[in-house]
Design a protein around this ligand. Structure first.
Ligand SMILES: Cc1ncc(COP(=O)(O)O)c(C=O)c1O
Length: 464
């Protein structure tokens, strides 16, 4: 049966109290709209063209890794123990690259495959394998999906999607014909009572997307309790898997001395729960060195890794070992990577502090919105009044600032509350970000005030 959205479960994400515009008299509201209209007019006349849409590192950040490009020259030794980076071989990755990835994940290198430069690509390939050939000795998901549809027209296999979440995750499972089922995020991670109910009660649920540290876009890091709850799931489907996308494992910008609890190692939690074939973990250097030109890796149980290895061996002889060698020589080990990430943090921290300051100064007293206060990752999750997000994004664009499309944080781009917006402050310079946030604040105020007028049946198209 398709899962019906229980709106009650998601209410805690929305602004909780009446906002200032709703509490104003008619005259006050008209005066507020007049003043906001003037601000909007002034900013429009600046003809800005700014982009706060995608979570990309800034040019200063990618510049931090340029010395990596000097590490391999025609004179370099390209051996890696008994392996050669300049030839075929090592289908699971260069030994030193596997050792580095294993050290970062806190697992045995035998459980790790390092391949390609995109973790999203690895996630796609694993799901593609399960779809076409099956996983855990089960029928391919494609076959299960057609048998299900034949027996129960309209029914699909399901994948759980914590929201707000990462649109590119949702697009993969949508592409393979899954029903993407929204699951509410809490401040500690996904609502595990709801996850357990769906996973343990329905064998058509085949997986769940997770970003366990500094989640995209909420910034939430999963508590130990949530990690343990994932590790002790007893899925109804033997081929259910948790897609543990640890994309932001080292991406904190907490101030030195500020506490930032480490994420519990999911494979330790699995061992403690006496479970094995349940979790597939992914990560990459996308936001450590160069997006799309680094190394990506994954880790799973011995049995799952064997199946995945067999499938990958059909697609490629061996991975990009020269890039892997350069990365290992540049980052060296976990301590080396952490030191490098501190330099990223110095560039990211002021941007996130600026977001917090601008939103608090511009919107704090109005109670029109709620937003996240992350200590890491790449995003701030923003919730405006119900019914506001699309209008805010389009009003912001009209004033020269591009944002991630409204709805992108929900499966199929469909936010039933039209409330969530993902703010991506990493790429613009501080000056550009400051201007972009001023525009955003004006748009939020204008849309919220117009909605307050709509509530009173007083708003007419074209009103300021
Ligand atoms: C949660 C998450 N996973 C994966 C990626 C993409 O990583 P990669 O470039 O390694 O495919 C991103 C990029 O924004 C992300 O936010």
């Amino acid at each position: 049966m398709p899962v019906k959205l229980d709106q009650e479960l998601f209410q805690h994400m929305l602004p909780q109290q009446a906002n200032a515009y709703q509490l104003m008299s008619d005259a006050e509201l008209n005066a507020a709209l007049e003043a906001i209209g003037k601000e909007a007019q002034e900013v429009s006349e600046k003809h800005l063209a700014l982009d706060m849409a995608r979570g990309k590192p800034s040019p200063e950040q990618t510049a931090l890794s340029r010395p990596l490009l000097d590490l391999l020259t025609s004179a370099s030794d390209l051996t890696d123990g008994a392996s050669f980076a300049d030839n075929y071989g090592d289908p699971d990755g260069l030994p030193s690259a596997r050792a580095l990835a294993a050290e970062l994940l806190g697992v045995d290198p035998a459980q790790v495959i390092v391949a390609g430069s995109s973790s999203l690509n690895l996630m796609h390939d694993v799901l593609d394998m399960a779809y076409t050939h099956g996983i855990a000795g089960q029928k391919p998901w494609a076959q299960q999906a057609s048998e299900l549809a034949a027996a129960h027209p309209g029914e699909k296999l399901k994948f759980l999607c914590p929201v707000p979440g990462y649109d590119r995750h949702f697009r993969i499972t949508e592409y393979y014909g899954f029903e993407n089922v929204p699951v509410p995020m809490t401040e500690h991670g996904p609502d595990m009572k709801y996850v357990r109910m769906l996973v343990e009660g329905d064998s058509t649920v085949k997986g769940v997307w997770c970003v366990p540290r500094f989640a995209n876009p909420s910034g939430v890091s999963y508590s130990d309790e949530v990690v343990r709850a994932f590790a002790s799931l007893r899925p109804a489907a033997p081929d259910f898997r948790v897609m543990w996308d640890n994309a932001y494992a080292y991406h904190t910008f907490a101030r030195p001395g500020e506490t930032c609890a480490p994420l519990m190692n999911i494979f330790d939690a699995l061992a403690q729960a006496g479970r094995d074939d349940l979790i597939i973990e992914f990560a990459s250097t996308a936001k450590v060195t160069f997006p799309s030109s680094g190394m990506a890796w994954m880790c799973a149980s011995e049995k799952d890794i064997q199946e995945i290895r067999a499938s990958f061996s059909v697609r490629r002889v061996s991975p990009e070992k020269l890039l892997q060698l350069a990365h290992v020589r540049f980052l060296k080990d976990r301590a080396g990577l952490e030191a490098h990430m501190e330099r990223h943090a110095e560039l990211l921290r002021p941007r996130f502090e600026l977001v917090e300051r601008k939103l608090t100064d511009g919107l704090g007293k109005l109670a029109v919105a709620a937003w996240s206060h992350p200590k890491g990752g790449y995003f701030v999750s923003f919730n405006g009044p119900v019914g506001s997000a699309r209008a805010i994004v389009s009003r912001t664009r009209e004033m020269g600032v591009k944002l991630t499309s409204a709805g992108a944080t929900w499966p199929s781009g469909n936010d039933p509350f039209d409330s969530n917006i993902r703010i991506a402050p990493s790429y613009p310079s501080l000056k550009e970000l400051s201007q972009a946030l001023d525009v955003f604040v004006i748009a939020v105020k204008q849309v919220a005030a117009r909605l307050a007028k709509v509530d009173r049946g007083q708003y007419a198209f074209g009103d300021r």
